[in-house]
Design a protein around this ligand. Sequence first.
Ligand code: AMP
Ligand code: MG
Length: 485
Amino acid sequence: MNPAPQFNNRFARLDSRFYTATAASPIGKSHWVIRNQALANDLGMDLMSNHGEPFLSAFSGGTPLPNSEPLAMVYAGHQFGHYVNQLGDGRGLLLAELDTAQGKFDLHLKGAGPTPYSRMGDGRAVLRSSIREYLCGEAMTALGIASSRSLCITTGEQTVWREKEESAAMLVRVAQSHVRFGSFEYFHYTEQPELVKQLADYCIDLHFPDAAEYSGSQRYVVFFSQVVEKTALMIAQWQCVGFAHGVMNTDNMSILGETFDYGPFGFLDDYNEGFVCNHSDHSGRYAFNAQPGVALWNLNALAQALSSLIDETQIKAALEGYRSSLVGHYARLMRNKLGLQTSHENDQQLVAELLQLMQSSSADFTNTFRQLGTVSLKDNQHSLRDNFVNREDFDSWLNKYQQRLKENTWVDDERQQAMAATNPKFVLRNYLAQQAIEKADVGDYKELEQLAKVLTQPFDEQLALEDYAKPPPDWGKRISVSCSS
Ligand code: AMP
Ligand code: MG
C-alpha cells in the first residue's frame, strides 16, 4: 500500500527563482516523538500503523514521499527593524502541497538540514524548540486562532550544538501557506517586480477569492486590504489571549495572518502589558503591548514591497483600515471575554480599568478572565478579590461590571457558559512546555502527549487535569527563552 496522499505542488511549478530544490538530510536512526493523529486523519495520512514507516523515513530526512518535491523557499525580511536582503528556508523545506476537504495545505519539514539559505547555520532544529512549536501551533488552533499546525516530530541520533549539546529533531509543520511578508520584500528589493506580481497572483488564486474576482491593480488592492484585515484580526486575538510572539520580523509574518514560526513566544502568566518573552529582545521591540504597532510597521514594509502593483494612495487607504479593524476586533473579543452581549461606549474603559488592576496586582491573565466567568449578579464580593493588592478597588470595579451586566438579556448561567467558551482555562504556559521538554530529553514522551491533549480542549474544565491550569511555580517564572533553537 502506498500511504502517501496525492500531492499537488503548485509552488514548485512557479518560476525557479522562487526557490531552490533541495533534499533533506537525515539525522541518524530516527523515531517518532509525537504524532498528531487527528490532523493526520484530516490530511489522509496513515502515520500511526505499520504503514507509517515511509512517513517516519521521509519526516526524518530519509527517502522522500512519492510526488513530494522538497524545496527551500527564498525570502528576505526586516529583522528587529533592519533589512536583511537574503534569508530563506535555512533549515526548513516545503515538501509538498496537499488538497483536502478543508483546503490546501503545505507540508513543511523544519530542521531538514542545510540549504543554500543556511548562511552560517547548521540547518537543524533542536528537540526543545520543535516541541514548543508543536504544542503552540496546536494550542493556538484550539483557541480558535489561525495558526500553522503540527503533524509530528521525529528525532534521531544526531546531536547539534547550541548553548550545549542537544538532540536534533524535525517537525512537520502544516500551514495553508508559507509565503511571508518577507517573500515579497525579497523580490521587490532585488528589483524583480514581475516576480512580486507572480507571487501575489499565486497567493490570490489560492487564498484570496475576493481579490481573484478583479483584474488590473484592483486585484492587488483587494489582496493587500485583506492581508491588512487578517493581520489585524490575528493581533487582536493575540492581545485577547495574552500571547506574545517574540520575533515579529517580517519573515515571520504569514501573508494569510496565520500565527507562524514559533520561537521564543510566551503566554502571559502574571499580567504585565510590557511583557517581553524573548530573552534576546533587549530593547523590548516585540513586547506584548508593542505587537499592534509592530504589525502595522510590518504591513508598511509589505506595502513598500507591493508598491510596483498598487499606487501610493490606495496603499495608504488600505493601511488606514488597520487601526479601525484592530480596534473593532479587540473590542468585540473583549466584550466576549467579559460576557457582554451588546456594545456600549464605556466598555473600553471598563476593560482598561480591569487590566490596570491586573497589572498593579500582577494578576494571572488567563485565570483572572476564566474566574470572572463565575461572577453572578447577586455576588456582593467575589473570591477573585483576594488576587488583588487593593481589594476594595477590585470590589468597586466588580460593582461597575455587574451594573453593566444588567444590560444583558442573559441570566447568569447563560453568561457564565458563554464566558467559559471564550476564556480558556488552559494555555501553553512556559513552565508546562518546559516540563514536557525535560521529560522528552530523556526519552519519555508521555508528558508531551498529555499536555498536547490538554491544550486541544482549552475551554473544557478537564477537572482531573486541573494542575495544568495553575500559574507557574517560582522556577517556572524564571525560564529564559531566546532565539536559540
Ligand atoms: P527564525 O529566527 O527561526 O525565524 O530564522 C531566521 C532565519 O534564520 C531563517 O532564514 C531561518 O531559516 C534561518 N535559520 C535559523 N536557524 C537556522 C539554523 N540552525 N540553520 C540554518 N538556518 C537557520
Ligand atoms: Mg523564521
